[in-house]
Write a protein that binds this ligand. Structure first.
Ligand SMILES: [Zn+2]
Ligand SMILES: [Zn+2]
Length: 65
């Protein structure tokens, strides 16, 4: 399991500031843009089912269905 250190919406540290708005956005429609483990920008693909986001270090994440 990868530790979620960074906000996957804005790419800042989870401990730094308030990410309630970020989480709200992520839970509604937006795919994550940053890897939560290393804050690299992820390659995001929108699919008919939702989305997949890929970090070059940590691999692929898919939307929950
Ligand atoms: Zn955030
Ligand atoms: Zn990563």
């Amino acid at each position: 399991m990868i530790a979620l250190v960074y906000c996957s919406f804005c790419g800042k540290e989870e401990a730094d500031g308030d990410h309630a708005v970020c989480r709200q956005r992520l839970s509604v429609i937006d795919p994550p843009r940053y890897c939560p483990a290393c804050a690299r920008r992820m390659v995001v693909q929108v699919t008919p089912d939702g989305w997949t986001a890929r970090c070059s270090r940590h691999g692929e994440t898919a939307s929950a269905r």
